[in-house]
Design a protein. Structure first.
Length: 82
């Protein structure tokens, strides 16, 4: 139960046992922690900028880190974020 008195998780259909509910909670918790780590712990409601809007992609990288794309389709790959 949450502080408001409503259950946080409710089984609508079927007969889930305690092990199945525990597995579901574990998966949801792991996904939430992974998302928080990926977002850098940003508070809820703040959206990350898209990769196209990210100004760090304008910073020139070193030549040794990533060689310039060559071959068929290189013109297309040259404009994409790395």
């Amino acid at each position: 139960m949450t502080a408001q008195g409503k259950p946080f998780l409710q089984v609508v259909r079927g007969d889930a046992g305690p092990e199945e509910i525990a597995a579901l909670v574990a998966v949801l918790t792991a996904r939430a922690q992974a998302a928080a780590a990926r977002d850098g712990g940003a508070p809820e409601g703040t959206a990350r900028p898209s990769r196209w809007a990210d100004r760090s992609r304008l910073v020139r990288g070193t030549f040794a880190a990533e060689p310039a794309p060559r071959g068929p389709g290189a013109w297309r790959a040259s404009a994409l974020p790395r």
